[in-house]
Design a protein around this ligand. Structure first.
Ligand SMILES: [Fe+2]
Length: 238
């Protein structure tokens, strides 16, 4: 299984503050039998240039040779108008794929501006957005998730939403309704936001059944391998 959303890389964003913590985070995933993690440091085009971000990400990744799990470079990119100053956003995508973990700005509703920007990423930039931590946006309910899926987006849920008793019911419903393609820990450190994957997978299996975990694994593997999953027949649980 793969952790598709992590802030493991050292000293690049508000995630791991040093290499020791980064390696502790990879070890924590290793002990949960999560052998791959997508490294998704925050990219905010209003505060950093794309070139500088890539340089810092490459340098941070080069210090991670002690990791026993595979680390895949990517980003968690905030949707901001400055993003469209660049002609090519491929380096922000999960390495060698068209998939981009996309964080939406705080929104009161999923308005036409946001939808237009997402369409631009899909059509002009040839990118497949994976909407990060869908549970965070209170303006996005089932109807809006369906709209995003219809547009061609993938949907990611944080494991915290499954582990937190207050949000668990809704998170599991979303998985059961097949709104969610992938999960990720969105880990930032070992204390407040640690890399919890296995516990969430166990809960999904216990509450919904193993096929729902297999479905999440199918999408995660497909994404990191750059497979065009939206063009394939949906993975439907019988
Ligand atoms: Fe994140």
């Amino acid at each position: 299984m793969i952790d598709l959303h992590t802030h493991i890389l050292p000293n690049i964003d508000d995630g791991a503050s040093d290499i020791e913590i980064s390696l502790q985070m990879t070890e924590a995933l290793y002990t949960q039998n999560i052998m791959k993690a997508v490294c998704t440091p925050h990219f905010d085009p209003s505060s950093t240039s794309l070139e500088d971000f890539i340089k810092r990400r490459t340098s941070a990744l080069s210090r991670m040779s002690g990791s026993r799990i595979q680390l895949i470079p990517a980003s968690e990119t905030i949707l901001h108008e400055y993003l469209f100053h660049y002609h090519d956003l491929s380096k922000l995508c999960i390495e060698d794929t068209r998939y981009l973990l996309l964080e939406l700005p705080y929104l009161k509703k999923l308005d036409s501006k946001i939808l237009d920007d997402i369409s631009r990423l899909l059509d002009y930039y040839n990118i497949i957005p994976i909407i990060a931590h869908i549970e965070r946006y209170h303006a996005i309910r089932r109807k809006q998730i369906k709209t995003l899926i219809k547009m061609g987006c993938m949907i990611q849920l944080n494991t915290g939403a499954i582990l937190n008793k207050r949000t668990r019911k809704k998170a599991l419903q979303y998985i059961k309704k097949e709104y969610i393609n992938v999960i990720g820990s969105d880990c930032h450190d070992m204390q407040k936001r640690p890399p919890y994957m296995r516990k969430a997978l166990e809960l999904i299996e216990y509450k919904l059944g193993a096929p729902y975990c297999e479905r999440l694994e199918y999408y995660a593997e497909g994404i990191i391998n750059g497979i065009e999953l939206m063009k394939k027949k949906s993975y439907i649980i019988e």
